[in-house]
Structures are given as structure tokens and as C-alpha cells.
Design a protein. Structure first.
Length: 364
């Protein structure tokens, strides 16, 4: 079965989350950027993937179109591992990590979608089988930087059945306001997106320790500072989570070697797709590190994450980005009910994107 076409499908879907747009890179959370990856084969099977593209959509589209697609077209769609390894090697001169890895992740997810469809099996069956039919979710709140707003949305998420909440706050009074609302029996997670130096993170972490956070996510910059992450964890006693900014299993191995994390957070749209995610999961299992996949997505990356959790990390929660978009690629498939979401059972990823949504929200 040969690959006959690899196409980037860029989308921008307006969204709201209850506050002013939080800046990510040069952009803000006023629209969800997608770089979907469509792969067609000579067997008539089409696969869908997703490359991370929040606030970097045009760059990722260019990498997919100009760098990944020319290598992939004409190749055997069933040789996922071989093609993946070749692309990594041939493109390493342009930078091993970041944009190139995002684009490769999208191709890889699409090829696994094709593999499942060809076998008439869901992706999780190709990964050893689902060990759960429903997954618990945590509500991943965006940054409000406001005491009243964080309290309001914590209460709202709890009322909707979420048993765990993640904050993206850096203000200690705002974090304390959330802790006052979220009962101790409900997990409270904190992601500060590499906000502080090691010394600053240790000082803040010690003050936050009495709050009983389940984890302290990416407390230091740069994110690959394994020695610094370990120092923060040891000093404040809060488990450290990191890895959403790691590409390929080699970067996770470096974090693990440094004793940096208790929770590893591979992101399937960044790490190198399903192929590399599996390697990270195996490494984490060998080292006794918990897997907590990063997945603030609403496209094929989200579906792939559900399959990966169900098969490889059944104790993990699914990260549900707590916002409201103007359209959904899969209807209600990714919408939690009382804090749970169903694991897809259809072939491949379990569903294809809604063609009407693709048409309405496609951009250059």
C-alpha cells in the first residue's frame, strides 16, 4: 500500500475560555489553530493526523508540505517505523526538535490511522488492546490571572463532574483561591509553563507545598533542565511533571536519567506521533515513572491520545482543555460526560473529521 498524497489541512476555529486571550508565543487563545494531516493511499484508505500548531500554524504547514511530504509520497504506508526513522535522519540538519518534529508527528498519527483502518481495528487494538472503555478527564483551565474568575471556573468544572483540575496560573493568591474552592479529595494540578529560574521555583514551590498539589508542572526554564527540575522537586516535595516540550524518546531518556520527573508528559502531536509515544511509554514503565499524556487538543491528536492512554497508561487521566470552540471536528465524541470520555471503538482513530467543519474553518 503506497502513499499517494500528503496534504496539510490548516484550520482556525474561534474559541472562548472566559477571560482575555492568554498569550502563547506571538498569539493568544482566541482561536484554535490546527494543522491536520491527510494521507491518501493507492488502496483508497485515507488517514488523518494532527501536528501541533498553536500559534505556529503556517510554519508547521510549510514543514509538512515542503519537508515531510516529498519524502513520504510514494513510500510504503505500512512501514511506519522505517519511514519515521528515515525522515528523522534526513531532516536532522534542519533541527531535530520543534516544528519539524511537530510535522512528523502529524504524518505518523495519520499512518497509524491508516493501519487501523486497513486491519479494521481501533488503534488501541494495534497497541495491545484497551484496558478501559471510559477515561477520567481533568479540566485543564487556561490562565485567568484573576481570583474571582479562577474560583468561578473551578466551581463550574467541579459541578460538571470533573474530579481533577489543572491550573495554568503563576500568581500565588490566584492559586490559593483555586485551592480554597477545590476540595482536598479532588486533585489540583499546577502548570506554570516554565515560568521561573530554579531558585525562584524552589521558593514558590516551598510556599505552595502545603496546598497538596498533585504535581508541579514545568516549573523552570529551560524545560530541558533536568538537573533543575530535580532540584525543585527535592526542595519543595511536590512531584514534578514535564515533557510536553520534549520531542522524541531521546529527550525523555535524558529527563529520566537526571531523575527529573515523577510524571512524564509526552504530547503525541509533538513527540513524534504514536511511534515515539510508544517508546516513551516503554521507557517510563522501565523507570517506574507515571505517564500523564499532554493533550490539550480537539483533533486527531486527541483521539490518538485516548487510544494511547487506554492501551498504555490506563491509570492516567485525559487532559480536557476547558474552553468553548465555535465548532467541533467530531461532534460530541470528545466532550466529557460527568468528567469521563469514551474510548473510540471504530477502525483507526475511530472517526474522521467532519467535512463541513473542514470546509467552514479552513484557512491559508
Amino acid at each position: 500500500m503506497k502513499i499517494v498524497r500528503v496534504e496539510a489541512v490548516p484550520l482556525s476555529i474561534p474559541c472562548r475560555y472566559g477571560a482575555e486571550g492568554w498569550t502563547l508565543g506571538a498569539g493568544g487563545w482566541k482561536a484554535l489553530d490546527f494543522c491536520l494531516v491527510r494521507v491518501d493511499t493507492d488502496a483508497g484508505i485515507t488517514g488523518w493526523g494532527e501536528a501541533f500548531s498553536y500559534s505556529c500554524r503556517r510554519a508547521v504547514v510549510a514543514a509538512l508540505t515542503d519537508m515531510i511530504a516529498p519524502i513520504a509520497v510514494g513510500r510504503d504506508a505500512t512501514d511506519i517505523a522505517g519511514l519515521h526513522a528515515e525522515i528523522q535522519k534526513r531532516l536532522h540538519i534542519f533541527g531535530r526538535f520543534g516544528i519539524t518534529a511537530f510535522a512528523l508527528s502529524g504524518l505518523d498519527i495519520a499512518l497509524w490511522d491508516i493501519a487501523g483502518k486497513a486491519a479494521s481495528k481501533p488503534l488501541h487494538a494495534l497497541l495491545g488492546g484497551a484496558r478501559r472503555e471510559h477515561l477520567s478527564c481533568y479540566a485543564s483551565l487556561l490562565r485567568y490571572a484573576d481570583i474571582s474568575l479562577v474560583a468561578r471556573y473551578c466551581e463550574q468544572a467541579l459541578g460538571e463532574g470533573f474530579g481533577a483540575i489543572k491550573l495554568h496560573e503563576v500568581s500565588e493568591p490566584v492559586i490559593a483561591a483555586a485551592r480554597a474552592v477545590v476540595p482536598r479529595e479532588a486533585a489540583l494540578l499546577l502548570d506554570v509553563n516554565c515560568e521561573w529560574s530554579v531558585e525562584e521555583a524552589i521558593a514558590v514551590g516551598r510556599r505552595l507545598a502545603p496546598m497538596g498539589l498533585e504535581w508541579f508542572e514545568e516549573p523552570v526554564f529551560p524545560p530541558e533542565d533536568g538537573t533543575g527540575l530535580r532540584a525543585v522537586g527535592e526542595a519543595c516535595g511536590i512531584p514534578i511533571a514535564a515533557g510536553e516540550n520534549c520531542c522524541f524518546a531521546t529527550q525523555f531518556a535524558a529527563l529520566f536519567d537526571a531523575g527529573a520527573v515523577q510524571y512524564a508528559q509526552p504530547s503525541v502531536t509533538k513527540v513524534g506521533g504514536v511511534t515515539e509515544f510508544r517508546k516513551v511509554a516503554a521507557l517510563a514503565a522501565e523507570r517506574g515513572i507515571k505517564l500523564a499524556p499532554h493533550s490539550p487538543y480537539f483533533g486527531p491528536g486527541a483521539l490518538a491520545t485516548l487510544h494511547l492512554i487506554a492501551a498504555l497508561a490506563p491509570a492516567a487521566r485525559f487532559e480536557y482543555f476547558y474552553l468553548w470552540a465555535d465548532a467541533a471536528l467530531y461532534g460530541d465524541l470528545l466532550v466529557p460526560a460527568r468528567g469521563d470520555v469514551k474510548v473510540p471503538q471504530g477502525p483507526g482513530l475511530g472517526a474522521d473529521p467532519d467535512p463541513d467543519v473542514l470546509r467552514r474553518f479552513r484557512v491559508d
